[in-house]
Write a protein that binds this ligand. Structure first.
Ligand SMILES: [Zn+2]
Length: 307
């Protein structure tokens, strides 16, 4: 029976493969607990079939926690649950944050995701920034998404993961998405993708610049949002938007957030972005930017990106 040994060999190989897979899966627990930045994070892996194992993912979660803790002066939740699922391919695919009593982040990653892809990705920092803002209701989703959109890049510059030029280039390229289109009725009443993510980010950037102008760069949006986190406890709590903006303003000794909200909530407001970039000393050059220091708001631009 010339064929038999071959069949046996194949069967043996299959058995070894199965043993190998089982051993790998058994080595890696489906649940990991991370204690870092004063927080306890339970990570549930719904699947263990990641090509490079789960260790790089755990490292990435810890690194993202440090990044967000650095921006806020503390990690914005004492307890957090993260559920990780996998799908075909690479990259970080998707994240969603839920403001339950113990906040919860769902992450979907490609099972071939690499260290590099994790380190260069924005999704988890964006989601963790959501933890710092109380729930403000559906009409104000622009503040929730805008804050995460604006803060994510800046926080990653502060942690040394990104260059300020790259993040400014991204803001110059994407911020026009946040400008009102014909028929716009202000941030509270226009729930399009552009106005929610980039209209909200535009609000945050204008507020950041204005707070710094009014306080000679002593304070910025970061100080306002740190105070909101300290007093509210973050995403597990419901706050009216007026309270968020008032507490933020009190922390900087200004009324910038409340004034800007009154200005932008009910009507289309189109700030002159070209002029703002000029004042900040940000000159587009190809797909990057050149930063200039002989402009009125150069110190403000630097203060925004300074850790
Ligand atoms: Zn988001």
């Amino acid at each position: 029976m010339p064929g038999a040994p071959g069949v046996v060999r194949i069967a043996a190989c299959l058995a070894l493969l199965l043993v190998g897979f089982a051993a790998k899966a058994a080595d890696e627990p489906a649940t990991r607990t991370i204690e870092a930045e004063g927080a306890t994070v339970r990570v549930d892996f719904q699947s263990l079939d990641f090509q490079h194992g789960t260790a790089p993912i755990v490292t990435w979660i810890e690194h993202s926690m440090r990044t967000v803790a650095r921006y806020y002066g503390q990690f914005p939740a004492k307890q957090l649950r993260i559920r990780v699922t996998s799908r075909d391919g690479g990259r970080v695919r998707h994240g969603t944050t839920y403001g339950t009593a113990v906040p919860f982040i769902r992450l979907q990653l490609g099972r071939d995701v690499t260290d590099d892809e994790l380190r260069n990705d924005w999704v988890l920092v964006h989601e963790m920034v959501h933890l710092a803002l109380p729930e403000v209701g559906d009409d104000h989703l622009w503040l929730t998404e805008g804050l995460s959109t604006y803060v994510e890049g800046i926080a990653r510059v502060h942690s040394g993961d990104r260059k300020a030029e790259r993040v400014w280039a991204e803001l110059v390229r994407s911020m026009p998405n946040g400008l009102p289109a014909p028929g716009d009725e202000g941030l509270d009443h226009t729930h399009t993708w552009g106005r929610t993510y980039w209209g909200g980010a535009l609000f945050c950037m204008l507020a950041d610049v204005e707070i710094r102008k009014k306080t000679s760069n002593r304070f910025g949006l970061r100080d306002a949002m740190r105070a909101v986190l300290r007093q509210s406890g973050g995403v597990a709590f419901d706050w009216p938007i007026d309270r968020v903006l008032k507490v933020g303003d009190e922390a900087t000794g200004t009324t910038v957030l409340q004034d800007l909200y009154a200005h932008m909530k009910d009507k289309p407001v189109s700030p002159d972005l070209e002029d703002l970039w000029r004042q900040l000393g940000i000159r587009p050059r190809g797909d990057s930017v050149e930063l200039q220091d002989d402009v009125p708001l150069a110190a403000t631009r630097k203060a925004i990106m300074a850790p």
